[in-house]
Design a binder for this molecule. Structure first.
Ligand SMILES: C[S@@+](CC[C@H](N)C(=O)[O-])C[C@H]1O[C@@H](n2cnc3c(N)ncnc32)[C@H](O)[C@@H]1O
Length: 279
């Protein structure tokens, strides 16, 4: 297990993932009933953008760095603002930092909501504990995320979101993901699942989408963002599959994605908003 998110924190893929995460959490928080947020691969919680890892790739500069400096159209600005409001104090801090998904979720959880954060890598888990351990709404567990997924759903609240954000170091990750989600949907048919993937081989993503649709998911939305021509070196396209997306997330994506593609693109860019299944 070599993956370290320190090299990638705040890049264009994080930006897309975290904006959509924010939109879903805001939707859940629109009703007073409590919800549960679960992460299978939580990471460290907060990343130091002045650390050698972040400096080495400078990926954040092409992601949150560009977005924070961009002039967005008013409609997109309104939808992206809640994410930027969470991120801004971290970017303004000295040294400059970037909040990972657990920290973003923490900012949007209410008193009645709870979260479960799974992380297997000892160093990342220790960082996560240092950053979020004092929050009584958060339960941190050093565990394989797929084992956690089986163990912790459905939550007692019966409403909530699971973020599945694996490192994709393993050639079998797409298969593992498909299998885990198939089972998870069966256990919690009304849960919202947000899963992140890198687009290196479109065929793998299409196969994952097919498996989920065949497993009976009635509402499946696929979002992708490309920020540069694909020359075969480095990640330029990223995606999300959302199982049971909240009402109007597709309409929000129609405003957010073109705007991201415009503000983050270096050359050829594009986006995809596609219903894989729609009830
Ligand atoms: C892409 S990062 C997570 C980033 C985080 N979700 C965010 O958006 O801020 C993936 C994380 O998964 C952890 N990891 C790798 N294999 C794991 C496993 N089997 N179970 C749980 N965590 C794992 C890695 O240590 C890494 O911190």
């Amino acid at each position: 297990m070599n993956y370290r998110h320190e090299f990638h924190a705040g890049n264009f893929a994080d930006v897309l993932k975290h904006i959509i995460l924010t939109r879903i959490l805001l939707h859940l928080a629109a009703k007073p009933a409590p919800f549960r947020y679960i992460e299978t691969h939580a990471g460290s919680g907060i990343y130091d953008l002045s650390a050698p890892e972040a400096e080495k790739t400078a990926e954040w500069r092409g992601g949150i760095g560009r977005l924070a400096a961009a002039e967005l159209p008013p409609e997109a600005q309104a939808l992206i603002a809640p994410y930027l409001n969470v991120v801004a104090p971290f970017l303004d801090a000295k040294p400059r930092r970037y909040p990972g998904s657990p920290e973003i979720a923490r900012a949007l959880l209410r008193r009645q909501d709870r979260m479960i954060l799974c992380e297997l890598h000892l160093r990342a888990f220790q960082d996560l504990r240092a950053h979020l351990g004092a929050d009584r709404r958060a339960k941190l567990i050093e565990i394989d995320g797929y084992v956690g997924l089986k163990a912790f759903i459905p939550p007692v609240e019966r409403r909530g979101l699971v973020l599945i954000d694996p490192p994709f170091e393993d050639a079998e990750e797409f298969l593992k993901l498909a299998k885990a989600l198939e089972g998870a949907q069966r256990k919690w048919a009304t849960g919202i699942f947000l899963l992140w993937y890198p687009v290196k081989d479109k065929g793998q993503v299409d196969a994952l989408a097919r498996t989920l649709a065949e497993a009976g998911a009635k509402s499946l939305l696929r979002l992708e963002l490309q920020v540069a021509p694909d020359t075969g070196s480095g990640l330029v396209r990223t995606g999300l599959i959302i199982v049971n997306p909240p009402y109007r997330l597709d309409a929000e994506a129609e405003i957010i994605l073109p705007s991201l593609s415009q503000s983050l693109a270096k050359g050829a860019s594009g986006h995809l908003i596609e219903w894989i299944a729609k009830s």
